[in-house]
Structures are given as C-alpha cells and as structure tokens.
Design a protein around this ligand. Structure first.
Ligand SMILES: [Fe+2]
Length: 242
C-alpha cells in the first residue's frame, strides 16, 4: 500500500469509523461465503469418489489426517495446513477416471494395469486445474507420487524440486497403504511401517520429513484416540484401517 493510500485509509477511518467497520465486516462475510461454497464443492467431488470407490474415499480421509499430523509437527501455519488438507483430500480424485476393472480389481495389478493406474495423478490435476481456487492444490496433488531420488511419476522431479505438500502426502499415502488390510494382503503394524519409511528415506522419501512423521505419529498414538475428523469433512473416521 502506497503512502497516499495509507493516508486515505486512515482519513476514511477517522471520518467514518462505523462505515469502515461495516465494510470490513462485509468483506469478511463475503470471504467466509466464498470459502463455504468451495468446501461444498470439495464435499460433492469427494462424494463422487465415495460412490466410485469407497476404499479410496476412506484412504483419502486417513491420508489427510496423517498429512496434517506431519504438517503440524513441522510447524505449518493455519493457512498452509488448510491447503495441505485440501491437497490431501483430493490427492487420488483422479481415480474417478480409472476403469473399474483396474481400480476395483481384488488382486494385485499386472504391469499393463499398473500403467493405467499410474495415470491417476495427472487425471487428478486435470479435474482440479479448471477450477481457479484449486489450481495450486492441483499442482501439489499431481506430484504426490514423485520419489525423492527422481524415480517417481509423473514428472520425475527429485529432492526439493518436489513441492513440500506433495512430499508430505507421499509419506502419509504410503503409510496408509502399508497399514491398511486389502483383500490380497494384511496391513503391517505401525512399528513395521515406521521402519519401512525410515529404510526408504533418501530413495523414496524426504528423510527429514520421514523422521518427523514417525516422531509425530508416535506422539499421536500416545493420545490413544481411535477416531478423527477433519475441518472440511466432519464425520468420524477410524484412524487405523488394519
Ligand atoms: Fe495416489
């Protein structure tokens, strides 16, 4: 704000403090309304995912919870945590565009099916990019399968080229995938999953984030709470899908 602008603002505050407060209140009200509309859109899009694949919906909720545990541990502020929440909720939304025969296959995918499955981060970005408020969220979600050593997908980004939120989501995503029980294998215990995350630091995961995650999750476990809810999706979910 220029000096002149500041002077004018101060002048108008002095001349009509009530009018200034009123305008400020209206702006805040509009911002809240805008946020509410965006959150309604989030819930509707996620409802579509739930109808297509109930497992991926529950997975997305747990990934969001784990990502926020890590985000809080590394000191993200409220605004950053909100963006991380959105990006995590949406990270797999592109799976809506994956054929049921692949997405819902009750056994392990073969290599051709895996190729199809690997298109989901770009599909996520395609779905979200067109809606201006989700443009940066689309970018974070698009890169949630990039590996720290540059051997991930879709863009083979490496190290800190990978957006911070995408590095966080990858850890949360892998932790949930490891600890969830699927029709073709039993979920691992938290302890074994922590060891795997540390073992694959530097190659798959950002090592600092992986150790912060393990530390934060151990503290979270001490609370002995079995359920969680999120700021955008208020339902109660089970923490552990094993
Ligand atoms: Fe994914």
């Amino acid at each position: 704000m220029s000096r002149n602008d500041k002077k004018l603002t101060n002048l108008s505050r002095q001349r009509s403090p009530l009018r200034f407060q009123e305008m400020n209140g209206k702006i805040k009200q509009l911002e809240r309304g805008y946020q509410e509309v965006c959150e309604m859109a989030v819930r509707s899009i996620l409802q579509a995912l739930d109808m297509k694949d109930h497992y991926t919906y529950g997975h997305s909720m747990r990934v969001t919870y784990y990502a926020l545990v890590l985000g809080k541990e590394i000191g993200l502020n409220t605004e950053e945590l909100y963006k991380l929440e959105l990006a995590s909720l949406f990270h797999d939304i592109g799976k809506i565009g994956i054929p049921d025969a692949v997405l819902l296959k009750p056994s392990r995918l073969d290599s051709d099916e895996f190729k199809i499955m690997k298109t989901h981060p770009e599909k996520t970005a395609e779905i979200l990019e067109g809606f201006e408020p989700f443009k940066d969220i689309a970018h974070y979600a698009k890169h949630h399968h990039e590996r720290f050593d540059g051997r991930g997908y879709p863009s083979q980004l490496r190290g800190e080229e990978i957006p911070l939120f995408s590095r966080i989501i990858l850890i949360a995503d892998t932790f949930d995938a490891m600890t969830s029980t699927r029709p073709y294998r039993k979920g691992l215990s938290y302890q074994i999953a922590y060891e795997e995350l540390i073992k694959f630091s530097e190659t798959q995961f950002d090592p600092k984030l992986a150790s912060s995650f393990v530390q934060a999750m151990k503290k979270d476990q001490q609370k002995q709470e079995n359920t969680f809810s999120l700021s955008i999706i208020k339902n109660l979910f089970d923490k552990n899908a094993a």
